[in-house]
Design a protein. Structure first.
Length: 583
């Protein structure tokens, strides 16, 4: 209730009320004054209210979070940042592919740079399938196959239509399967089952590759390689030829066809030279298309050896090494190629160097360890060689417990060292790898022991016999001084009558080794123009029992000795001896 002190005050309040102004009879609150002001100035009040409302709405809108870019938009931004690094890497990879043996060290630096650029691209955009693929290719060229395979698998996960990534992964898998198969001669062993599983897995990748059909030569070449590994040569050849028809510049297809033609030459034994010549042409075509194709050089080196073109083979192997000098498999492959040398003595030392280098790079590589052990076993020597070989075989079998051939060779070492407990343990392991063990285990054990004993005897090569064989190989190569030293070593070895090696050689063979060694030394001296020394060696050959008189007069290597005035008298003297009558 409001009251005014006087009638005049009341009247003034009434006038103010009628005018819409605040009255004095009550306290002027803010709400009261505001209400009165709005009633007095309705238009202005409306404008002010609208302004306040607009300000409030604007403030509210500004307070809401701004919607960011969509995932597609974000990917596009990241891709744009990563793309320059990918393009730089592609340029470096293309540049690396053109380097030849004169600049292979620089090639490695270029590949490392490409990997660095691709690492940056992947950091910026981790879902970049092409970046993973190209990094895998660079790592493959840098001899990092495990990392390369992971990159190819990631590229496929990010892009299931990436045909090149499928093909690259298949190629690495085929190489692994080939190495495994070389160690698995018994097809019903556990390893053979693993190989069959791998074959199925690779087959699935090839099926996907066929469906993609962006580059049909990839699927054809991959399938040809798989068939070749499992000795399906005709099917492999047909597929390789189809791949070449699809793309005549595809290096891998030519390599596969070369491998098949080489294998057919060795298996069929018909038109051998023609098939090997065609295989060489395929390797040449592969290298023209891809100058850094290590497989092409490896295959061509093997063909050169079969054609007795040793220097050409060595050149190709050196090219292969210059491409991948840090890969253990490079040196293993070179050792395997050199083991096919028809004149073993000239390659034996290099094989050992290559295997030592492979083990230095990858100490637990089962294939390198096995090859070195087998070379040690086959080298003439005492029981110590079996101890050395067994150490390598232990490592090989730790890395690959089902390595069948390594297990056989270790049993040979046990047998030669008379280590019966170890032999029995390995015999049990071997039984599990052999077929038919459940039918007649005792028969299988008997067969195993007999097989091991036969091999052990073969590997106990008498030193004199081995050196004599090397001397003959050196004669074929016309390396006469080295051959002479070997023949002298044979004679010295045979003189050690109480040596183990000497006792193991039958008397008739000992006699033949001695007389042929002296005779060949006489020929070497004659070829060098040393007729007097030649006559002395010929005298020793006669004393050892040499009596092939017809050969003596017609051998062109003895021409200088025959010119010596004392030659005829020497021959006449020994022909009169009762033990040197006509053969």
């Amino acid at each position: 209730m409001c009251t005014s002190p006087t009638a005049k005050d009341f009247g003034d309040d009434l006038d103010r009320f009628l005018k819409g102004e605040p009255i004095e009879a009550r306290r002027n609150s803010i709400a009261y004054r505001t209400t009165k002001w709005i009633r007095k100035w309705p238009a202005l009040s409306t404008a002010a209210a609208m302004s306040l409302l607009l300000i409030a709405i604007t403030a509210l809108l500004l307070a809401q979070p701004t919607p960011g870019p969509t995932p597609e938009e974000r990917d596009k931004v990241l891709l744009q940042k990563a793309l320059p690094h990918l393009e730089t890497a592609q340029y470096e990879l293309e540049k690396a592919s053109r380097y030849t043996s004169n600049a292979r060290q620089e090639r490695r630096s270029v590949l490392e740079k490409a990997v660095g650029e691709l690492n940056t691209a992947i950091e910026l955009f981790p879902r970049y399938a092409d970046a993973f693929f190209y990094r895998g290719m660079a790592r493959k060229s840098l001899a990092r196959p495990d990392l390369a395979q992971k990159d190819f698998t990631e590229a496929i996960r990010l892009d299931s239509t990436h045909a090149e990534a499928y093909y690259a992964r298949i190629q690495l898998q085929l190489k692994q399967v080939l190495q495994k198969r070389l160690r698995t001669p018994i097809q019903t062993s556990p390893d053979a089952k693993i190989l069959e599983q791998r074959r199925v897995e690779i087959g699935k990748d090839i099926t996907i590759l066929k469906k993609l059909s962006t580059r049909p030569e990839l699927a054809l070449t991959a399938e040809a390689g798989l068939n070749a590994i499992f000795d399906q040569w005709e099917a492999a050849l047909s597929l390789a030829e189809k791949a070449i028809e699809k793309n005549r510049a595809f290096s891998d297809a030519y390599v596969i066809r070369a491998v098949i033609r080489k294998a057919r030459a060795l298996l069929v034994q018909n038109n051998v030279d023609q098939l090997l010549a065609l295989a060489l042409e395929d390797c040449d075509a592969a290298i023209r298309s891809e100058v850094n194709n290590t497989e092409a050089y490896r295959v061509r080196a093997g063909i050169h050896l079969l054609l007795d073109q040793y220097e050409e083979a060595i050149n190709d192997l050196n090219e292969m090494e210059s491409i991948s000098p840090q890969e253990a498999q490079t040196y293993i492959d070179r050792a395997i190629v050199l083991e096919g040398d028809p004149i073993p003595v000239r390659s034996r030392k290099q094989i050992r160097i290559d295997l030592d280098r492979a083990i230095e790079i990858e100490s637990d590589n089962p294939h390198a360890r096995f090859l070195r052990a087998s070379q040690t076993i086959m080298t003439p020597g005492t029981e110590d060689k079996f101890r050395k070989a067994r150490k390598d075989l232990d490592v090989a079998l730790r890395s690959d417990p089902d390595f069948f051939t390594a297990l056989i060779f270790r049993m040979i070492c046990h047998h030669s060292l008379k280590d019966d407990p170890s032999f029995a343990r390995d015999e049990e392991k071997l039984e599990k790898l052999l077929p038919g063990i459940s039918e007649d285990p005792e028969l299988i054990k008997k067969q195993i022991r007999g097989y091991v004993r036969i091999l052990a005897l073969q590997f106990k090569v008498p030193k004199a016999r081995a050196i004599f064989r090397d001397a003959g190989d050196l004669l074929k190569l016309k390396r006469y001084p080295e051959a002479k030293e070997c023949y002298l070593d044979v004679i010295e070895e045979l003189l050690v009558s109480d040596s183990q090696e000497g006792r193991r050689i039958p008397p008739a063979e000992r006699k033949n080794l001695r007389q042929v060694s002296h005779y060949n030394i006489a020929c070497i001296e004659s070829l060098a123009g040393n007729s007097r020394k030649g006559l002395l060696s010929l005298r020793n050959a006669f004393k050892a029992g040499f009596n092939d008189w017809n050969h003596l007069y017609f051998d062109p290597d003895l021409e200088e000795v025959r010119k010596d005035p004392e030659f005829q008298a020497l021959v006449d003297h020994f022909r009169k001896q009762p033990y040197n009558k006509k053969r």
